[in-house]
Design a protein around this ligand. Sequence first.
Ligand code: CDT
Length: 311
Amino acid sequence: MPRLITVAAAQLGPIQKAENRQSVVGRMIALMDAAHAQGATFVVYPELALTTFFPRWYHEDRAAADSWFEAAMPGPATQPLFDKAKALGMAMSFGYAELTPDGHHFNTSILVDRKGNIAAKYRKVHLPGHVEFDPERTHQHLEKRYFEPGDLGFPVWRFEDGLVGMAICNDRRWPETYRVMGLQGVEMVVLGFNTPSVNSQRAGEGMADRLFHHRLSVQAGAYQNATWVVAVAKAGTEDGHHLMGGTLIVDPNGKIVGEIDHEADGVLVHACDLDETRFGKDTIFDFARHRRVEHYGLITERTGVGAPLGR
Ligand code: CDT
């Protein structure tokens, strides 16, 4: 019997600054209905799914940005999403800006089980961007201003019928993200992203390069750790700022099994056989047999580049 998770990558089209949570949750519920109609039992939404990608907007007063954050999950606006998931018996994952009771701010995603209970939480570790307004950039990317780095690491959970981990957007570019989960036997990584289609510090780097780096990172992470990866975009133009899209599902062999080629709300459904992870995990990426940790010390000893170890 194959161990199947029929997953829906539920891409959101643009969310304008003026669109409220109730409206976005309505769109997410419509996507859940579409996913359910296509046989999915697990629906994955993007990073910061409930609002526009607000880190592009500078608030001089840091506290003014708190209006983008959720102090409770579920809260009044998101409760209907949880109710719908429970009614349909759907598991889900989505990202949101988390404000903790003691005043901490994180870029967070959660796993919610088929009964509507939060089963797991992840807080984005690799925050891109900058703290202060940067006039040199074509657009701002103020994640380092509004969020603290995640404090929960990269755990993997027994979820649905497999071992599932989470990452968020920029995390997908870092091999450490996948390897820490790979060392826990991860079989499916779910991640949401908001990627501007232009590099704010390199105007010539447009959408083709951005999509190339996105696919390269996700496919490499999947292959090198023999895991499924479900990567879900927020896409399209938000108040004049374009997000590139590129929602895709990658198999444990590193191959793209499906991709969304538009910038609107839409679902990509795939029945992922978790046992397909076995071949890679038992052969070329059998970590216990092949890894040489005695040579990997620099990975945790150094953050940045230091002196070469050779002559
Ligand atoms: N949301 C997010 O992490 N976006 C980044 C943009 C990097 S450019 C500052 C990404 O890795 O796609």
